[in-house]
Design a protein around this ligand. Structure first.
Ligand SMILES: [Zn+2]
Length: 235
């Protein structure tokens, strides 16, 4: 982020105030990663600053809010949110879609909720997305056990314990399930982890699943080639 200092209008006070702030890394509407131009700023009530930006890419303006530390001079600020925030669908690698179209659909619904600050329910959505990715991946790797894995009585944690250790992604999936459960249930167990940790772990899980699917296909192709070379009737 780029640190900038500006003088904000204080409509409730007698003088304007100087504050330093980080400009957003991307426009919340076109999601282009560029430095937007600050147009105007204002000190709100509750020690918050609002800055009006103009995006040179989409030629639209948006508002970013900051909390302020009044004990420093100029006031130090923390970026809170930018509005309006337009949802941008996440496009997953083709290997993820092949394993679980449902994961992609549910993840994007959770992301859509998060985009409009429905943070209390987006975490549940990400947790559900993890369950579909884990179960669909387990079926992808064990198609003969699809009925067993799909059984609604066969829950997420037993599935992780039974089918993921051989791929060394059981710890990753377990942590996703734990944080996801905290986002779903009344009481939190892992107080030091939040939805951002959940999303970081999902990213790692996605990366591993992509690698494992590519590796499986490579093994199948090489093994098929070896079989053909052993077959005297093949070319
Ligand atoms: Zn823009």
């Amino acid at each position: 982020m780029n640190k900038t200092t500006a003088v904000a209008i204080d409509p409730m006070g007698s003088s304007n105030v100087t504050f330093s702030f980080d400009t957003p890394e991307e426009c919340p509407m076109c999601h282009t990663g560029l430095v937007p131009k600050p147009i105007a700023s204002c000190l709100d009530s509750h020690s918050r600053f609002s800055v009006l930006y103009f995006c040179r890419r989409c030629s639209l303006s948006f508002l970013t809010r900051y909390s302020a530390d009044r004990s420093s001079s100029p006031f130090k600020t923390t970026l809170l949110s930018s509005e309006p925030n337009y949802f941008q669908k996440r496009i997953f690698p083709k290997q993820i879609i092949e394993v679980s179209q449902s994961f992609s659909d549910i993840y994007n619904q959770a992301l859509s909720a998060e985009t409009i600050n429905l943070n209390e329910i987006s975490g549940m959505g990400f947790r559900k997305a993890v369950e579909f990715l884990v179960k669909d991946f387990s079926i992808y790797m064990n198609p003969d056990k699809a009925e067993y894995i799909s059984n609604p009585k066969f829950q997420l944690m037993p599935c992780i314990r039974e089918f993921l250790p051989e791929f060394k992604i059981d710890s990753l999936a377990t942590l996703c399930a734990w944080i996801g459960n905290d986002e779903t249930h009344f009481s939190r167990i892992n107080d030091d982890l939040d939805i951002n940790d959940l999303k970081d772990n999902i990213e790692a899980l996605i990366s591993h699943v992509v690698t494992l699917v590519i590796t499986k296909k490579a093994e199948e192709r090489v093994n098929q080639k070896k079989l053909e070379q052993q077959d005297p009737t093949s070319d």
